[in-house]
Ligand binder design. Structure first.
Ligand code: 13P
Length: 263
Protein backbone atom coordinates (compact mmCIF):
# COMPACT_ATOMS: atom_id res chain seq x y z
CA UNK A 1 0.00 0.00 0.00
CA UNK A 2 1.28 3.46 -0.87
CA UNK A 3 1.53 5.71 2.14
CA UNK A 4 2.17 9.45 1.76
CA UNK A 5 5.31 10.25 3.75
CA UNK A 6 5.19 12.90 6.47
CA UNK A 7 7.97 15.35 7.27
CA UNK A 8 7.09 17.00 10.57
CA UNK A 9 8.93 19.56 12.66
CA UNK A 10 8.48 19.58 16.44
CA UNK A 11 9.65 22.97 17.59
CA UNK A 12 9.25 22.01 21.26
CA UNK A 13 9.64 25.11 23.49
CA UNK A 14 11.58 27.13 20.92
CA UNK A 15 11.09 30.14 18.63
CA UNK A 16 9.23 33.43 19.13
CA UNK A 17 6.32 34.95 17.22
CA UNK A 18 8.52 36.83 14.78
CA UNK A 19 10.53 33.66 14.09
CA UNK A 20 7.49 31.55 13.31
CA UNK A 21 5.97 34.03 10.88
CA UNK A 22 9.33 34.41 9.11
CA UNK A 23 9.54 30.61 9.03
CA UNK A 24 6.12 30.36 7.37
CA UNK A 25 7.28 32.96 4.84
CA UNK A 26 10.38 30.87 4.01
CA UNK A 27 8.25 27.80 3.46
CA UNK A 28 5.78 29.69 1.27
CA UNK A 29 8.63 31.15 -0.79
CA UNK A 30 10.15 27.70 -1.35
CA UNK A 31 6.88 26.36 -2.74
CA UNK A 32 5.19 23.00 -2.22
CA UNK A 33 7.13 19.73 -2.20
CA UNK A 34 7.64 18.22 -5.62
CA UNK A 35 6.19 14.86 -4.67
CA UNK A 36 3.32 13.76 -2.48
CA UNK A 37 4.47 14.62 1.04
CA UNK A 38 2.64 15.85 4.14
CA UNK A 39 4.45 18.73 5.80
CA UNK A 40 3.50 19.37 9.42
CA UNK A 41 4.75 21.78 12.07
CA UNK A 42 4.16 21.53 15.79
CA UNK A 43 4.55 24.96 17.42
CA UNK A 44 4.01 25.76 21.09
CA UNK A 45 0.32 26.39 21.82
CA UNK A 46 0.69 30.13 22.13
CA UNK A 47 1.63 30.36 18.43
CA UNK A 48 -0.61 27.62 17.10
CA UNK A 49 -3.25 29.89 15.59
CA UNK A 50 -0.71 32.33 14.15
CA UNK A 51 1.29 29.53 12.52
CA UNK A 52 -1.87 27.92 11.17
CA UNK A 53 -2.84 31.24 9.55
CA UNK A 54 0.62 31.99 8.18
CA UNK A 55 1.49 28.58 6.73
CA UNK A 56 1.04 27.92 3.02
CA UNK A 57 -1.93 25.65 2.36
CA UNK A 58 0.31 22.69 1.55
CA UNK A 59 1.65 22.61 5.12
CA UNK A 60 -0.41 21.88 8.21
CA UNK A 61 -0.10 22.45 11.90
CA UNK A 62 -0.42 20.31 15.01
CA UNK A 63 -0.46 20.70 18.79
CA UNK A 64 2.44 19.32 20.80
CA UNK A 65 0.05 17.96 23.40
CA UNK A 66 -3.63 18.01 24.32
CA UNK A 67 -5.40 17.15 27.57
CA UNK A 68 -7.19 13.84 27.99
CA UNK A 69 -10.35 15.56 29.27
CA UNK A 70 -12.67 17.46 27.00
CA UNK A 71 -12.60 20.70 29.06
CA UNK A 72 -12.56 21.96 32.60
CA UNK A 73 -10.37 23.13 35.47
CA UNK A 74 -6.93 22.19 34.12
CA UNK A 75 -4.92 25.39 34.37
CA UNK A 76 -2.26 25.74 31.71
CA UNK A 77 -3.50 22.85 29.59
CA UNK A 78 -5.00 22.82 26.11
CA UNK A 79 -8.10 20.88 25.10
CA UNK A 80 -8.14 18.93 21.86
CA UNK A 81 -11.19 20.91 20.75
CA UNK A 82 -9.34 24.18 21.39
CA UNK A 83 -6.33 23.04 19.40
CA UNK A 84 -8.64 22.06 16.55
CA UNK A 85 -10.42 25.41 16.79
CA UNK A 86 -7.05 27.20 16.61
CA UNK A 87 -6.22 25.48 13.33
CA UNK A 88 -4.48 22.26 14.35
CA UNK A 89 -5.26 19.11 12.40
CA UNK A 90 -2.76 16.89 14.25
CA UNK A 91 -1.49 16.49 17.77
CA UNK A 92 1.44 14.69 19.29
CA UNK A 93 0.53 12.30 22.08
CA UNK A 94 3.01 10.78 24.48
CA UNK A 95 6.19 12.48 23.37
CA UNK A 96 8.97 11.13 25.58
CA UNK A 97 9.47 14.60 27.07
CA UNK A 98 5.82 14.57 28.19
CA UNK A 99 6.25 11.07 29.58
CA UNK A 100 9.48 12.04 31.35
CA UNK A 101 8.72 15.53 32.67
CA UNK A 102 4.96 15.30 33.10
CA UNK A 103 4.70 11.68 34.17
CA UNK A 104 2.31 10.70 31.39
CA UNK A 105 1.42 7.02 31.59
CA UNK A 106 0.67 4.72 28.67
CA UNK A 107 -3.01 4.82 29.60
CA UNK A 108 -3.10 8.61 29.72
CA UNK A 109 -1.41 8.82 26.34
CA UNK A 110 -4.06 6.52 24.89
CA UNK A 111 -6.81 8.67 26.43
CA UNK A 112 -5.26 11.73 24.81
CA UNK A 113 -5.21 9.95 21.46
CA UNK A 114 -8.86 9.03 21.91
CA UNK A 115 -9.79 12.60 22.83
CA UNK A 116 -7.85 13.91 19.85
CA UNK A 117 -9.67 11.59 17.45
CA UNK A 118 -12.98 12.67 18.95
CA UNK A 119 -12.10 16.32 18.31
CA UNK A 120 -11.12 15.69 14.70
CA UNK A 121 -7.36 15.72 15.25
CA UNK A 122 -5.07 12.98 14.01
CA UNK A 123 -2.88 11.85 16.90
CA UNK A 124 0.78 11.15 16.28
CA UNK A 125 1.47 8.72 19.10
CA UNK A 126 5.10 8.67 20.16
CA UNK A 127 6.77 5.58 21.56
CA UNK A 128 10.38 4.74 22.31
CA UNK A 129 12.75 3.06 24.70
CA UNK A 130 15.58 4.47 26.80
CA UNK A 131 19.19 3.44 26.28
CA UNK A 132 19.10 1.32 29.41
CA UNK A 133 15.96 -0.48 28.23
CA UNK A 134 17.58 -1.17 24.87
CA UNK A 135 20.74 -2.46 26.52
CA UNK A 136 18.66 -4.75 28.72
CA UNK A 137 16.96 -6.20 25.63
CA UNK A 138 13.62 -4.72 26.66
CA UNK A 139 12.90 -2.60 23.59
CA UNK A 140 10.04 -4.63 22.16
CA UNK A 141 8.43 -5.22 25.56
CA UNK A 142 8.53 -1.48 26.33
CA UNK A 143 7.09 -0.56 22.94
CA UNK A 144 4.38 -3.21 23.27
CA UNK A 145 3.41 -1.84 26.68
CA UNK A 146 3.32 1.73 25.36
CA UNK A 147 1.26 0.65 22.37
CA UNK A 148 -1.27 -1.69 23.96
CA UNK A 149 -3.83 0.89 25.17
CA UNK A 150 -3.30 2.98 22.03
CA UNK A 151 -4.03 0.05 19.74
CA UNK A 152 -7.33 -0.50 21.52
CA UNK A 153 -8.25 3.15 20.90
CA UNK A 154 -7.21 3.07 17.25
CA UNK A 155 -9.04 -0.18 16.62
CA UNK A 156 -12.24 1.16 18.22
CA UNK A 157 -11.97 4.46 16.28
CA UNK A 158 -11.47 2.56 13.06
CA UNK A 159 -14.45 0.33 13.68
CA UNK A 160 -16.70 3.22 14.72
CA UNK A 161 -15.80 5.92 12.23
CA UNK A 162 -12.91 4.78 10.08
CA UNK A 163 -10.85 7.52 11.78
CA UNK A 164 -8.20 5.09 12.97
CA UNK A 165 -7.13 4.62 9.37
CA UNK A 166 -5.34 7.94 9.63
CA UNK A 167 -3.30 6.61 12.50
CA UNK A 168 0.26 7.80 12.84
CA UNK A 169 2.90 6.43 15.18
CA UNK A 170 6.30 7.94 15.79
CA UNK A 171 9.18 5.77 16.95
CA UNK A 172 11.45 8.06 18.91
CA UNK A 173 14.15 6.19 20.81
CA UNK A 174 14.90 8.35 23.85
CA UNK A 175 18.62 7.78 23.42
CA UNK A 176 18.51 9.32 19.94
CA UNK A 177 16.57 12.48 20.81
CA UNK A 178 18.74 15.57 20.83
CA UNK A 179 21.94 13.53 21.07
CA UNK A 180 23.13 13.69 17.47
CA UNK A 181 23.08 9.89 17.55
CA UNK A 182 20.31 8.76 15.24
CA UNK A 183 19.19 5.14 15.19
CA UNK A 184 20.79 3.36 12.25
CA UNK A 185 18.44 2.55 9.37
CA UNK A 186 18.73 -1.13 10.39
CA UNK A 187 17.69 -0.51 14.00
CA UNK A 188 14.88 1.85 13.01
CA UNK A 189 13.61 -0.49 10.30
CA UNK A 190 13.53 -3.44 12.70
CA UNK A 191 11.47 -1.47 15.23
CA UNK A 192 9.16 -0.05 12.58
CA UNK A 193 8.54 -3.57 11.30
CA UNK A 194 7.66 -4.65 14.82
CA UNK A 195 5.27 -1.70 15.27
CA UNK A 196 3.55 -2.40 11.96
CA UNK A 197 3.15 -6.04 12.89
CA UNK A 198 1.57 -4.99 16.19
CA UNK A 199 -0.84 -2.71 14.34
CA UNK A 200 -1.75 -5.51 11.95
CA UNK A 201 -2.18 -8.03 14.76
CA UNK A 202 -4.42 -5.85 16.91
CA UNK A 203 -6.14 -3.43 14.56
CA UNK A 204 -7.61 -5.60 11.83
CA UNK A 205 -5.52 -4.48 8.91
CA UNK A 206 -4.80 -0.93 10.07
CA UNK A 207 -1.11 -1.61 9.92
CA UNK A 208 -0.72 -1.21 6.19
CA UNK A 209 -2.44 2.17 6.16
CA UNK A 210 -0.85 3.63 9.28
CA UNK A 211 2.18 5.80 8.87
CA UNK A 212 5.11 5.20 11.18
CA UNK A 213 7.54 8.08 11.55
CA UNK A 214 11.06 7.97 12.90
CA UNK A 215 12.34 10.70 15.22
CA UNK A 216 15.68 11.20 16.94
CA UNK A 217 18.55 13.28 15.53
CA UNK A 218 17.18 13.25 11.98
CA UNK A 219 19.06 15.61 9.69
CA UNK A 220 19.94 16.17 6.04
CA UNK A 221 22.76 13.63 6.25
CA UNK A 222 20.75 10.67 7.48
CA UNK A 223 17.17 11.22 6.24
CA UNK A 224 17.56 9.58 2.83
CA UNK A 225 18.93 6.28 4.13
CA UNK A 226 16.21 6.11 6.77
CA UNK A 227 13.39 6.93 4.36
CA UNK A 228 14.63 4.28 1.94
CA UNK A 229 13.42 1.62 4.40
CA UNK A 230 9.95 0.34 3.52
CA UNK A 231 8.38 0.75 6.96
CA UNK A 232 9.74 4.24 7.62
CA UNK A 233 7.09 6.69 6.43
CA UNK A 234 8.72 9.97 7.33
CA UNK A 235 10.12 11.91 10.24
CA UNK A 236 9.41 13.82 13.39
CA UNK A 237 12.28 16.27 13.57
CA UNK A 238 13.33 18.41 16.52
CA UNK A 239 16.57 20.37 16.32
CA UNK A 240 16.94 20.22 12.53
CA UNK A 241 13.45 21.68 12.07
CA UNK A 242 14.16 24.93 13.92
CA UNK A 243 15.90 26.54 10.96
CA UNK A 244 13.65 26.69 7.89
CA UNK A 245 16.62 26.22 5.54
CA UNK A 246 17.54 22.98 7.27
CA UNK A 247 13.92 21.77 7.32
CA UNK A 248 13.48 22.64 3.63
CA UNK A 249 16.64 20.77 2.78
CA UNK A 250 15.30 17.64 4.45
CA UNK A 251 12.00 18.07 2.60
CA UNK A 252 13.84 18.28 -0.72
CA UNK A 253 15.91 15.20 0.08
CA UNK A 254 12.75 13.30 1.00
CA UNK A 255 11.18 14.16 -2.32
CA UNK A 256 14.31 13.11 -4.16
CA UNK A 257 14.64 16.61 -5.53
CA UNK A 258 18.26 17.22 -4.78
CA UNK A 259 20.56 17.98 -1.93
CA UNK A 260 21.47 21.51 -2.89
CA UNK A 261 21.44 24.31 -0.35
CA UNK A 262 18.17 25.98 0.53
CA UNK A 263 17.29 29.04 -1.58
P1 13P B 1 15.77 15.83 17.66
O1 13P B 1 15.50 15.78 16.18
O2 13P B 1 16.27 17.17 18.13
O3 13P B 1 16.61 14.68 18.12
O4 13P B 1 14.34 15.67 18.39
C1 13P B 1 13.52 14.60 18.03
C2 13P B 1 12.21 14.78 18.67
O5 13P B 1 12.06 14.65 19.87
C3 13P B 1 11.09 15.16 17.80
O6 13P B 1 9.87 15.06 18.45
Amino acid sequence: MKRTPIVAGNWKMNLLGSDVTAYAGSLAAAGPPETDLDIVLFPTPVYLAAVARAMPDWASVGAQDVHAEEKGAYTGDVAAGQARDAGAVWTLAGHSERRQYHGESNTEVARKAERALGAGLTPVVCVGETLEQRQQGETEAILDAQLAPVLAVLDAADTDTGAGGGAVLAYEPVWAIGTGLSASPEIAAAVHGHLRQALNDHCSGLGDAARILYGGSVNADNCEDLLARPDIDGFLIGGASLDPASFLRIIRLCTGSGSGPAP
